[in-house]
Design a protein around this ligand. Structure first.
Ligand code: HEC
Ligand code: HEC
Ligand code: HEC
Ligand code: HEC
Ligand code: HEC
Length: 372
């Protein structure tokens, strides 16, 4: 430091406000290339359309417009790292009751904000328009003779350096209760049971936790190495002299990698299944393409909708209200995801702790007096 190859005069003469390219050249390529790691950030955000990201495409926001910075500290938090340089929330700009109250749906939308994260309704898909890696199996790496095949998104299913891959595009997120805290596996943590799936990051929160909200995630599935004697996940040494990509020797790679972390390596390794939760936060769709009532509540799909609870009125078309947005969604739900427009099971209520659709069975703290 500083690297003698860097022309510091040239650098000093080009100090200015960061552009989307400044941030994106690192963050859109997290994980080694474009659209690998994050669920909701990729090269699409250099020049997004209004559908790709309402704030950046529709309102031409820069990154720092929302990621407020002070003394070079950038507000916002990644699911993967335990560092935070300032908190950031949709509510900072939109308040706890973001729906203006001008429309017949706004009352219920605002009450939903106590239980449901904004992105659940406003970012119904991730990897929209560009495939992202969803599974990465390191155990098959090392076969230089194997010819990678292109999957339906045009992405290779294999690389001898890295193993097998699975990609997804226009994908429906996984949903979990989340109270703004993440449990994280940190290097050196011992795993008790290597035969179960190891959560590298996992949202904290549950059905009974009043501050927790139903939040969308991309789950990155992996197969990677652990030491059955110590219980550590193993850090491989990959590139440079002696690295796996030169030697194709996992033993040496793990021995070097763990030594660099000052951790023991028993000399034995085993492939284990891992999951890593990545929060979906960017890529807000225009309002008219948000989830419709029916996409979560099957109870509003049939003949009775709002009039399960409200008196009919000649001036109001309840059916239309419960499905509001399904027409506009055709511009948002691309390709195979079109079939999600008229689905009614966006949330698996039972898996989240409900007895079933809350309109029929009641909310988590509140029993409805009517609705059946
Ligand atoms: C030179 C590469 C690089 C550039 C340029 C860059 N970042 Fe980062 N940023 C990182 C790395 C590395 C991390 C650590 C996160 C990780 O390991 O995934 C990070 C973390 C973050 C975090 C998560 C908070 C935290 O402390 O973990 C936010 C938010 C963020 N960056 C926003 C920005 C914004 C906004 C810009 C543009 C003004 C920007 N970054 C430019 C590399 C970069
Ligand atoms: C830095 C301030 C700021 C933050 C933070 C912010 N927004 Fe916005 N948002 C705006 C502004 C300004 C508008 C345009 C005015 C309006 O519609 O209220 C807007 C508009 C919207 C719209 C309406 C889109 C349309 O079609 O009219 C939605 C939906 C929305 N934001 C959701 C979110 C969500 C969800 C988050 C958090 C992930 C968020 N916003 C964070 C400033 C912000
Ligand atoms: C249950 C789903 C749901 C949740 C949760 C939700 N929204 Fe909305 N939001 C919608 C729908 C649907 C619309 C469009 C309403 C319409 O067109 O009548 C909308 C509209 C908006 C608008 C445009 C203003 C308006 O009144 O139409 C903004 C801004 C907005 N939402 C922000 C947010 C923010 C911020 C959060 C989290 C604090 C949030 N929303 C949570 C479904 C939701
Ligand atoms: C993302 C899925 C989702 C969407 C979209 C959604 N809801 Fe809900 N709704 C829920 C959940 C979850 C609860 C239970 C909240 C609780 O535990 O109290 C609920 C509860 C309700 C309730 C009973 C509780 C109350 O607020 O009185 C009504 C009524 C309701 N929703 C109506 C609507 C209407 C109308 C719409 C469309 C504007 C809508 N929902 C859109 C998930 C959703
Ligand atoms: C399960 C019963 C139930 C269903 C279904 C339901 N609502 Fe409601 N709604 C309520 C209750 C109860 C209230 C009174 C306030 C509260 O507890 O949230 C209410 C309040 C409202 C309000 C605010 C009225 C005011 O005076 O401020 C509006 C507007 C509204 N609902 C519209 C709708 C629309 C539109 C639908 C269908 C898309 C719908 N509701 C479906 C139970 C329901």
């Amino acid at each position: 430091m500083p690297d003698p190859k860097v022309d510091l005069v040239q650098v000093a003469q080009h100090v200015g406000r960061p552009s989307r390219k400044t941030c994106g050249d690192c963050h859109f390529s997290g994980g080694g290339a474009d659209a690998v790691k994050h669920a909701d950030m990729s090269g699409v955000l250099y020049k997004p359309s209004r559908e790709d990201d309402f704030h950046m495409g529709g309102l031409d926001f820069s990154c720092q417009e929302r990621h407020k910075t002070k003394n070079h500290k950038i507000a916002g938090r990644s699911s993967s790292v335990a560092v935070v340089e300032g908190v950031l929330s949709c509510r900072d700009c939109h308040t706890d009751k973001p729906h203006y109250g001008l429309h017949l749906l706004d009352h219920h939308l605002n009450t939903h904000c106590e239980h449901i994260d904004c992105n659940t309704c406003h970012t119904p898909l991730y990897a929209r328009g560009k495939a992202t890696k969803a599974r990465w199996d390191w155990s098959t790496a090392g076969d230089k003779k194997r010819k990678p095949k292109k999957d339906k998104y045009g992405k290779p299913d294999y690389h001898w350096k890295k193993g097998d891959f699975l990609h997804v595009q226009n994908a429906k997120p996984a949903y979990a209760w989340y109270d703004d805290r993440m449990k994280r596996y940190l290097v050196g943590d011992k795993v008790e049971d290597l035969d179960s799936v190891i959560k590298i990051t996992e949202p904290v929160g549950d059905f009974r936790d009043p501050v927790a909200k139903i939040t969308p995630f991309k789950i990155m599935y992996g197969k990677q190495a652990a030491d059955p004697e110590t219980g550590y996940l193993l850090a491989p040494h990959l590139f440079g002299p002696g690295g796996y990509w030169k030697t194709l020797d996992w033993q040496q790679s793990f021995a070097d990698g763990m030594k660099a972390h000052n951790l023991d390596y028993s000399g034995k390794y085993k492939w284990v299944e891992t999951e890593m939760y990545w929060r979906v936060e960017h890529g807000i769709a225009p309002r008219e393409m948000s989830l419709t009532c029916v996409q979560c509540h099957s109870s509003l799909k049939e003949e009775k909708t709002c009039n399960r609870c409200h008196r009919d009125s000649r001036d109001v078309d309840f059916k239309k209200l419960a499905n509001k947005g399904s027409e506009e969604q055709k511009r948002y739900f691309l390709g195979e995801s079109q079939k999600l427009i008229n689905s009614t099971d966006y949330l698996d209520f039972k898996k989240l702790g409900y007895k079933g659709d809350p309109i029929v069975f009641g909310g988590r703290f509140k029993k409805l007096l009517f609705g059946n």
